[in-house]
Structure formats: C-alpha cells, structure tokens
Design a protein around this ligand. Structure first.
Ligand code: PLP
Length: 382
C-alpha cells in the first residue's frame, strides 16, 4: 500500500457527516446539515423529467445553457441594477462549490494570502491551500459577527490577493450592509486585490432588508467574482447547479479552470431552471417570507428554552448560545445533544481556526413545520 504525502493534512471527515451519522444512529431529529427536507417547485421538478424525456441529455455549453444565462442576467439587472453580459460575465457551474474553487484556482498563486473570516464555510481553506497559498483567518466577533474593517486593513499586505466575503453568512446569518461595502471599497482602492463574494443565500434575507450584493457596487464589482447557488434558492441542493458572475477579464480566467474541472453542468437541470426563472419570477421575491415564517416559528418555539439567541438576519441557520446549559466544548455538546436530547446541530468552532471563546451551535431550520415543532419540543425539554 502506498500512502501519498497528503496535500491537505488538516482535512478529515467533515463534522457534517459525523453529526448526520450520529443523528441516524440515535434516531435524532437532524437540524445539522444545511439542506431542506422539502422539494422545490413542482413545475421545476416536472420540467427536468420532460427535458430528459425529450433527449436533452448531452453536454451543455461550457459556459452554461444560454436561456439560463439570459434569465440570470435579467434577474441581476432587476434586483441589483447591473447589466451583465450573458456571454462574457456569467458562467454556470456545478454548484457554488465549483465556482468558489474555480475562482480561487484561477487567481491565487503560491505564497499569496487570502483573507477569510471565521467562522468560515469549510470549502475555502482547502481550495486556497491546494493552490499553494495561505488563508489569513480573521475572527468575526460575537455577538453580532460583523467585519472589523480596521482589522482587515491591518492584515492587508503586498501578498494579499483575494478577500472572500460570505453574505448572508453561514453559520451566523450576519449580512454585509451598504457601509461595509463602502469601507471595503476604500480598503481595496488602488490595490490589485480581488474579491470573491459567496452570496449563495442572496434570496434568504429577513425583515425586509435588502441583500447588499457586490454586484450593486460598481467599483467593487470591477474586481469581484460573485457566486450563487440554485440549490439554496430552489430547494434542490442535490442538483449542484450554481453560477459565477464576474467582469469579462475575470470570467475568462475562471472559465479556464471550469473548462477542465467539470467542463459543463447538467443540461436538463439548467433548462428546467431557465424555465422556472422565466415562468415563476416571483419565487425569489417570495423566498424571504417563506423562510422568515420558518425562522419565526422555530425561534418562537424555542424561546422558552435555556438557549440564548437573537433571530438570524439571513440564511436558513439559527445559531444559539448554550452557555446556560453546559460547560462542554461545542463538539462534545453536540454529541451530548444528539444522545440525550435527540436533536442534531453543528458546533460553530468547526468553522474556525481557533475555537472561539463562545458556546454556540447552529441549527438548520430549512425543515417542515412539523419537524421544527418536534425538534423545538425536545430543545425546550433540555
Ligand atoms: C456559504 C456557502 N457557500 C457555498 C455552499 C455550497 O453551495 P452548493 O451546494 O451550490 O455547492 C454552501 C452550502 O452549504 C454554503 O453554505
């Protein structure tokens, strides 16, 4: 047996798999992994079947099915006021994960530094390291987890190549506002620093707040890759269809990687997504209310529990502080929660380089109302 010298020594089995497996073993209600337990719009599901039956089963164009790119361009013009070129600025990818990896691989070189914010989504650092670069991890501070721009400024060096921003933020739900974008614009002006906006939860923002996309800001967009995911927007995480919008020169580089990473993305899914965007454009404007109902239901139901929390501003995650319940580190607490309370959550420390000095776990509320009620009953019994 030959054991290769690993290129990713820090990577093991993800906590998501660990918690889901434990949840199954203990028959716990699984609020750990971030996916809905309900289906997307029936017209969308039916369209995929129809396209498959009609023979749309061969490679899609490398950049994505034109009808889908056209719908994305129309949405971006309507929501963010930006006209993007269907042919030169939009690339459909195999999930946001592929777009993130391709963007990083396209522009990050050996010894570069990439600023990311802890808690950070887990795919960023391995992509940075595989490209020989270093992740500079800045800790977002509880309780509001906003970016400290003075700290970012202090960490920028001549090696800084990319800053990755995730808004709305998984796991904390924090969103960037217009002032954040202005501060960021001041910081990067006159540098060749690029930006990668992970905006997969762009349509899950609550309390009538707007989503401040990098696409809304002309100076920032010039240097940005902006990534979204149809999995999050249409309750179809298993399809792995996403996209990246970037100015033409950046899209050229992104596509060089995408072309050899996956070449193209599932044809019938793309065609069906184009149809639903055209036929049910209200889906995205109705999504905040759909998830806000679930957030409010879940938060109201767990209000009497011993967990402390502020209702999340975006995403389908609710973080809760368990310091009134236990002194256990969060990974141990999540195991205890599965075994003793029958509910699975994700410990927030796994998104951080150094465990933060907080006791926080993440629940996913993209679940049926019955599941949320049953989970809340168990949570309140703790
Ligand atoms: C912040 C964030 N980025 C990216 C992704 C990946 O999206 P996709 O499933 O489209 O690859 C996720 C999925 O959980 C996420 O939470």
């Amino acid at each position: 047996m030959i054991y290769p010298h690993t290129k990713l020594p820090k990577v093991g089995t993800t906590i998501f798999s660990v918690m889901s497996q434990m949840a199954a073993e203990h028959n716990a209600i699984n609020l750990s992994q971030g996916f809905p337990d309900f289906d997307g719009p029936s017209a969308l599901l039916e369209a995929v079947g129809r396209y498959i039956a009609q023979g749309a089963n061969q490679y899609a164009p490398m950049t994505g099915v034109p009808a889908l790119r056209e719908q994305i361009a129309q949405k971006v013009a309507l929501l963010y006021g930006r006209e993007v070129s269907v042919d030169h600025e939009i690339t459909v990818t195999s999930g946001a994960t592929e777009a993130l990896f391709a963007a990083i691989a396209a522009v990050v070189r050996s010894d570069d530094e990439v600023i990311i914010f802890d808690p950070a989504y887990d795919s960023y650092e391995p992509a940075i390291e595989l490209n020989g670069a270093k992740a500079v991890r800045l800790q977002l501070q509880a309780p509001d987890f906003r970016v400290n721009w003075d700290e970012v400024s202090a960490q920028i060096t001549d090696k800084t190549r990319l800053i990755i921003l995730n808004s709305p933020h998984n796991p904390t739900g924090t969103t960037l506002d217009a002032d954040d974008l202005e501060r960021l614009a001041e910081l990067v002006e006159g540098t060749d620093i690029l930006l990668l906006g992970d905006e997969v939860y762009e349509h899950i923002v609550f309390d009538n707040a707007p989503h401040h996309s990098l696409l809304t800001h002309a100076q920032l967009y010039e240097r940005s890759f902006v990534v979204s995911s149809f999995g999050k927007t249409y309750h179809t995480t298993g399809w792995k269809v996403g996209y990246c919008i970037a100015p033409p020169a950046l899209s050229v580089e992104l596509r060089k990687v995408h072309q050899y990473l996956t070449f193209s993305t599932s044809t019938p899914m793309q065609l069906a997504l184009a149809d639903i965007m055209r036929d049910e454009p209200q889906h995205v404007s109705e999504l905040p209310a759909f998830y806000q109902h679930k957030r409010d239901l879940f938060c109201d139901l767990i209000q009497p529990s011993r967990f402390k929390f502020t209702p999340t501003s975006g995403t389908y995650f609710q973080c809760v502080d368990y310091s009134a319940i236990s002194d256990l580190p969060d990974v141990e607490f999540c195991k205890w929660l599965i075994e003793k309370a029958g509910v699975a959550a994700i410990p927030v420390s796994v998104f951080c380089e150094a465990p933060p000095d907080i006791r926080l776990v993440r629940f996913c509320f993209a679940k049926s109302d019955e599941t949320l009620r049953a989970a809340a009953e168990r949570i309140c019994a703790i």
